[in-house]
Design a protein around this ligand. Structure first.
Ligand SMILES: [Zn+2]
Length: 457
């Protein structure tokens, strides 16, 4: 990896506070224009300003004024806005569409696993900036113009689908856009046929390719010649166990990325353990305008801060994210990356705002509990359930945690492992759970998005 590829900003300081202050200047410069731009949208955004007591764009005089505004949109309101524009104008681009409908030339969508999909709308300019941001991420991953890249993400409107394929073409790396829908056997055969240097796939697809390569094509994944694996779409790509497995099985470097929506973009470096994701779009969006998940008040941005992320595109044209409540709880790292040494902002998604548990005043996210449990692999299988007596967030202690023994962990060790896990959770998350170890295979597997919380009477 070329470290130079992480330098896309002209901020010359290695002091975290100074660095953030310089970013705030950059943000405010662009926001003044963007505030006026979305104010022009009478159907949706101007209404939100007026509700917040803002009578004119001139009322917002500083970045702090902007950060004190409430969230203007979230997934549910986005969906309502689409329904309303469909009824009123016959298109689903949303009442928050801020440009003429004919300027909206590209669409992507969320996977729509829960309810109607929400659309990401791109004007030509939005698309060009998206290619630029994704191009920076491709460069960090060591992808070179001229490379053959194999695209095994889903192609059905997903952001990592056609949007990525087009961005790869704009970058000059030739995508073989077969897509996840083709299925594992065909993907393996086409990889053999096209000999890509880079594979784009979700962690679960990567795992399946490793497991099924010998049976389907008579050779291990390591014989495919893939040098770079670029993951997104699921949380697993940053996990040390996954990264180690991929390095061993493919002999490839692993990168974990998020982004594509409203100019967002983050990617890990290729270090052994991912140390959060490097933020690659400081000049185009404010993705970590962090607020307190309960009081919804802005928090002062600093190294180590955790909070709920509000996302605003700084110059997005079509149906922009403007004070969009993402529901993500992020942890910021500002400073030198322990993996690659680059100085800048990194972030980790540590949970969802609606998943938060409050245990005697301590805020905890299920994903954080899962992360601690995963440090016990392979003694534990990694499957777990948080068992609550009543719906979250309030939890009456002790929190009960059911985990599964690893395949081959003798029952005689279970109680020692339970004690150790209780102790580790207490050290890291400041509460002590009651851990029960269950036999391997006893918790149902239902795919990547298994709910970690169970309400038991
Ligand atoms: Zn790094």
């Amino acid at each position: 990896m070329s470290h130079d590829s992480l330098h896309y900003l002209d901020i010359d300081t290695r002091d975290p506070a100074e660095y953030l202050a310089a970013l705030n200047v950059l943000r405010w410069e662009k926001l003044q224009k963007q505030i006026r731009y979305v104010w022009g949208n009478e159907d949706y955004y101007r209404k939100r300003f007026l509700e917040a007591g803002v009578q004119s764009p001139d009322d917002i005089r500083t970045l702090d004024d902007f950060r004190r505004l409430p969230a203007f949109i979230d997934k549910a309101r986005h969906r309502d806005s689409q329904d309303a524009s469909l009824e009123r104008y016959g298109h689903p681009l949303g009442l928050h569409l801020t440009c003429a409908p004919e300027k909206a030339i590209h669409l992507a969508a969320t996977s729509g696993t829960t309810g109607t999909p929400t659309f990401y709308v791109f004007s030509r300019k939005d698309q060009e900036i998206t290619y630029k941001v994704l191009g920076r991420m491709f460069q960090v991953a060591g992808i070179r113009p001229g490379d053959t890249t194999f695209h095994a993400f889903g192609l059905c409107l997903w952001l990592a689908g056609v949007t990525y394929v087009q961005a790869l073409e704009a970058y000059g790396a030739r995508p073989v856009a077969l897509g996840a829908e083709a299925g594992v056997p065909k993907i393996l055969r086409y990889i053999e046929l096209t000999h890509p240097r880079v594979l784009f796939a979700t962690p679960s697809m990567v795992n399946q390719l490793i497991e099924r390569a010998p049976g389907e094509i008579g050779k291990p994944a390591s014989a495919l010649g893939i040098e770079i694996i670029y993951c997104t779409g699921e949380p697993g790509g940053s996990q040390p166990v996954f990264r180690k497995r991929v390095r061993e099985a493919f002999g490839a470097q692993v990168f974990d990325a998020t982004g594509g929506a409203w100019h967002n973009g983050t990617i890990t470096c290729d270090s052994e353990n991912a140390h959060g994701m490097h933020y690659m779009a400081e000049d185009y969006c404010f993705r970590y305008d962090l607020i307190d998940p309960v009081s919804k008040q802005p928090l002062e941005l600093a190294d180590g801060l955790e909070g709920e992320a509000i996302h605003t595109g700084l110059e997005y044209e079509a149906s922009p994210a403007f004070r969009n409540a993402t529901g993500d709880i992020l942890r910021l790292h500002v400073g030198e990356c322990p993996g690659c040494g680059h100085f800048g902002v990194r972030m980790e998604i540590i949970g969802r705002a609606d998943d938060m548990l409050a245990i005697k005043g301590v805020k905890v996210y299920p994903a954080a509990i899962q992360k601690v449990a995963h440090s016990f692999l392979p003694k534990l299988s990694g499957e777990l359930r948080i068992r609550l007596n009543a719906p979250p967030p309030g939890v009456t202690p002790p929190l009960r945690l059911a985990v599964e023994a690893g395949e081959g962990t003798p029952e005689s060790e279970w109680s020692t492992i339970a004690d150790a896990l209780e102790q580790r959770v207490r050290e890291i998350l400041s509460f002590r759970p009651v851990v029960t170890v269950l036999p391997f295979g006893s918790l149902p597997r239902s795919g990547a998005k298994t709910k970690l919380i169970e309400i038991v009477a």
